[in-house]
Design a binder for this molecule. Structure first.
Ligand SMILES: O=C(CO)[C@@H](O)[C@H](O)COP(=O)(O)O
Ligand SMILES: [Fe+2]
Length: 217
């Protein structure tokens, strides 16, 4: 069954705890937390303090997507705040292997993410070391953007390498995922779908989650 990871970026931050409980009741598998620093991406969102505050609100894994420069500097803080998965951008990590090991050294699952224009080959050497590969289907920085279809062959490529090399990382897709685009992702090999606006902009979040999951299968 496809895992669904609602992105709280599209939630109402004035009642963040309630929003998280709502999607947990609605059948979410992960809570996706978008961390932006105003440097790596042209937007600023949340830091470890918010992760620390939402940790007691949910039993779901917190899937923390770091869109920040120099992530090494903040990994310990995000780990201590209660992250279950920390994902770093290949484009922000000159020493990617070291950064992945740093995440793991804190007992947290490690993921790597690439932007739509970054080739799959750039993360091939690290595939054996990661728990999750996140493929962006929008340019990171904002919710509510349109799915970039040219990323689909990259999902297939990563999925093929996973099979050939007998690896077990999850493939997660992020950006513009909704009922119309979900099956393109899972047909190509995705296991986890992040969705922000397609879930939080709907009155009935349970229905929104179920519809995305059903459309993907
Ligand atoms: O990381 C990001 C954006 O940079 C995403 O997680 C978005 O928050 C997804 O939002 P939608 O495209 O689903 O509205
Ligand atoms: Fe994200």
């Amino acid at each position: 069954m496809t895992k669904i990871a609602p992105s709280i970026l599209a939630s109402d931050f004035s009642k963040l705890g309630e929003e998280i409980k709502d999607v947990e009741r609605g059948g979410a598998d992960y809570i996706h937390v978008d961390v932006m620093d105003g440097h790596f991406v042209p937007n600023i969102t949340i830091g470890p303090l918010i992760v620390d505050h939402i940790r007691p609100v949910t039993d779901l894994p917190l899937d923390v997507h770091l869109m920040i420069e120099n992530p090494d500097q903040y990994i310990e803080a995000f780990a201590k705040a209660g992250s279950d998965i920390i994902t770093v951008h290949q484009e922000a990590c000159p020493h990617l292997h070291r950064t992945i090991q740093l995440i793991k050294s804190h007992g947290v699952k490690a993921g790597v993410v690439i932007n739509p224009a970054t080739p799959a080959e750039t993360i091939r050497p690290i595939l054996q070391d990661v728990d999750l590969v996140l493929l962006m289907t929008v340019n990171p920085g904002f919710g509510g953007q349109s799915f970039i279809h040219s990323v689909v062959p990259k999902i297939e490529q990563i999925s093929q390498w996973r099979e050939e090399e007998e690896l077990s990382f999850e493939i997660e897709i992020d950006g513009g995922v909704k009922v119309e685009t979900a099956k393109l992702c899972t047909d190509a090999g995705a296991d986890v779908l992040v969705a922000g606006s397609a879930i939080f902009n709907q009155e009935d979040r349970k229905k929104a989650i179920e519809e995305i999951r059903q459309s993907s299968e």
